[in-house]
Design a protein around this ligand. Structure first.
Ligand code: HEM
Length: 516
């Protein structure tokens, strides 16, 4: 009996020692391999490892969290690491997650030709965006990016300016109806940007379509389900999502969005072929160019199939709508809170030749240097895309660490752009930071709202022009007064950066000839 007990104890000690040795290389309770510094030094001497709330790494830290809870959880972790001037790691089930909050280390990732595959978070978008440009990788991404680049050429942007101006005029009319009343920007601006992207990408005006409203609502609903999944990693598993999540709503809205795109693509394909044969449509009119035409031309050349076109159309709609409206909402909020900035923008606008926005060309908008600084400062403080993700598809050395295969990387654009080493007093709104004379020695990867490197935003020039045209139209016509106080804002993680409450401002007519 004694011998059996002794043998059991020895065996247990041996197993325990074995597990201890194994645990140095593998995080056993997270079922993953550990990250190691290349020079063999302890990991904690080079980076911060955020301890989890349980021995199972960070797996249970954000279960059942709210969008603002997730935002704050990440900010707290970033603040801890920033105190030490380092980036940080989480350990999740089956994979470490490297979080980059410093421009210096982000540079290597942005520049790496190997690190172009997106990480697990993008899987939430896959049912909607398929293999579109945002999610695809390797050869497919390269060939799609090449095929789509002409859709963002300068000449194309010039033709889109007409659409932006038309939509601006409609919006100014709406605002004129609501002078001196509190307005929720979240109720107004997203429709403007959705109309713009719909018309430029698909060549259709949403307001003219019976199914336009249904489509708009479906896109909103798809997003809200994605946010629900983002805030609870258990929802990443399809079975759990199917049983406990809003799976039914998700499928229904996917179908609405998909049917809408499919119908428009089919219709436009017919018109495209007709125009190719006769140079005009049935009524002898030449159609306005839409990005979809570039895809249809690529289809003719055998570079893309019907499903590929659907995926790209959905990607444009998705990427080109919420991102720009978020930037516009934050910029209008900041203008309302900084009257001096607003007046300086107005004065700059007055310098342009021509009284009306309609008179201004793309070149004129390029001359609005201060307005551009205002937009950049808004994007710095409130990046529409607060973080982006990458995946190590094989064991990879990054920033002096040996990252096991499947390591997830998050580049926190939000924290990089609030780094006081590059932007002193980072929480103050100061557009002057972006005047050419003030940017000379800034780190090239300190300001990255559109990401950087090969996988940067293909639509950034489109976005800046669209935002400038609307801000110019609003500033010419109205003074913006504050309603929402900055200190009341609660940030949330969504597909884009959000605020928990709707942002409110008031518009006062500058011309004074508008009745309330
Ligand atoms: C203020 C507005 C915008 C911001 C802040 C923004 C930001 C970004 C960022 C950070 C990325 C990189 C995403 C990643 O690596 O995961 C990205 C990619 C992308 N953006 Fe934008 N974006 C904006 C507007 C637009 C617009 C208007 C369009 C289209 C009309 C667009 C289309 C895309 C596409 C297709 C990609 C994927 C590019 C690729 O991987 O090759 N974006 N955007």
């Amino acid at each position: 009996m004694f011998i059996i007990c002794l043998a059991t104890v020895v065996l247990l000690i041996a197993v325990w020692r074995l597990l201890e040795i194994l645990n140095r290389k593998y995080y056993i309770l997270c079922l993953c391999k550990r990250v190691r510094p290349v020079d063999g030094s302890p990991l904690e001497s080079k980076t911060v490892v955020i301890p989890g709330t349980t021995p199972f790494g960070n797996n249970f830290d954000i279960l059942q969290n709210t969008p603002s809870g997730v935002f704050n959880y990440v900010r707290n972790a970033s603040a801890r690491a920033q105190l030490k001037g380092m980036n940080y790691f989480f350990y999740f089930l089956m994979a470490p997650m490297y979080n980059v909050i410093r421009a210096e280390e982000a540079e290597e990732i942005f520049q790496s030709p190997k690190l172009i595959t997106k990480n697990v978070i993008y899987e939430l978008l896959r049912p909607f965006l398929g293999e579109g440009l945002l999610i695809s990788t390797d050869q497919k991404w390269h060939s799609r990016r090449k095929a789509l680049t002409p859709a963002f050429h300068f000449n194309v942007l010039q033709s889109f300016l007409i659409i932006f101006k038309e939509e601006c005029m409609k919006l100014v009319d709406i605002l004129n109806e609501k002078i001196d009343t509190e307005l929720e920007l979240n109720q107004i601006i997203p429709s403007f940007t959705l109309n713009n992207i719909c018309e430029t990408a698909l060549g259709v005006n949403l307001d003219d379509l019976a199914e336009g409203k249904q489509y708009r609502d479906a896109i909103h609903a798809l997003e809200s389900v994605m946010v629900q999944r983002l805030c609870n990693p258990l929802f990443y598993f399809w079975l759990y999502f199917y049983l406990f999540g809003e799976y039914g709503k998700h499928v229904k809205n996917l179908k609405i969005a998909d049917d809408f795109s499919q119908n428009i693509i089919k219709r436009r394909r017919q018109e495209f072929k007709q125009q190719q044969r006769h140079g005009s449509d049935d009524y002898g009119r030449k159609k306005r160019y839409a990005m979809l035409d570039t895809l249809l031309a690529a289809e003719e050349d055998g570079q893309i199939d019907h499903q590929g076109i659907c995926d790209e159309v959905n990607t444009f709609m998705f990427e080109g709508y919420d991102t720009t409206s978020t930037c516009l909402i934050f910029t209008l909020l900041m203008l309302s809170l900084h009257e001096d900035v607003q007046e300086r923008c107005f004065e700059e606008l007055q310098q342009l030749a021509g009284d009306d926005i309609d008179d201004h060309s793309v070149f004129d908008f390029n001359e609005l240097i201060y307005l551009e600084c205002v937009i950049k400062e808004s994007l710095r403080m409130f990046p529409s895309v607060p973080f982006i993700g990458r995946l190590c598809t094989e064991e990879t050395v990054v920033n002096g660490f040996i990252m096991p295969k499947d390591t997830q990387i998050n580049i926190h654009i939000y924290d990089i752009m609030r780094d006081p080493r590059h932007f002193p007093q980072p929480n103050e709104y100061r557009p002057e930071r972006f005047l050419p004379e003030n940017t000379v020695n800034r780190h090239p990867f300190a300001f990255v709202p559109f990401s950087a490197g090969q996988r940067n935003c293909i639509g950034q020039k489109f976005a800046i022009l669209e935002i400038k045209v609307l801000l110019a139209s609003i500033l010419k016509n109205f003074r913006i007064l504050p309603v929402t106080r900055f200190e009341d804002i609660i940030f949330e993680y969504g597909i884009v950066l959000r605020t928990q409450q709707n942002v409110k401002v008031k518009f006062i007519s500058r011309t004074g000839n508008t009745e309330k």
